[in-house]
Design a protein around this ligand. Sequence first.
Ligand SMILES: [Zn+2]
Ligand SMILES: [Zn+2]
Length: 139
Amino acid sequence: MNTHEIDMLESGGVKPTSNRILVLRCLGASKSPMSLIELETELETLERSSILRVLTVLSEHGLVHAMEDGRGVTKYEVCHSTDHGTQDDHHAHFYCEKCNKVYCLEDITIPHIPIPSGFELKGVNFMLKGICASCRQQG
Ligand SMILES: [Zn+2]
Ligand SMILES: [Zn+2]
């Protein structure tokens, strides 16, 4: 039980605490990136400040990617790359202006960006905006 999450945390150099396991499992079960509020709703037993602390640690270690959606809300998703902290797993996202959902466009990878020497890249935000297929169907 929980071995997948424990493995992920340990491989990222993070001590597997119960809060971290809970947050990681919840994010991993979600099909689309989740905001802090959405996580708080799912994880009723955890305080918002505890969840935020966990998310900060996980993003610092590259286990979780943080991105801003079209409204300035930060969304989080589990990094699926085995080589954390690189640009390998970075894909584009689509923000729907109607339902406010963020979709992963896993097939659209972000090209490697040659940053100037001396700079350290912490994240790449590639967010497309528009109306998603299911909202378009509803008219
Ligand atoms: Zn939509
Ligand atoms: Zn994604």
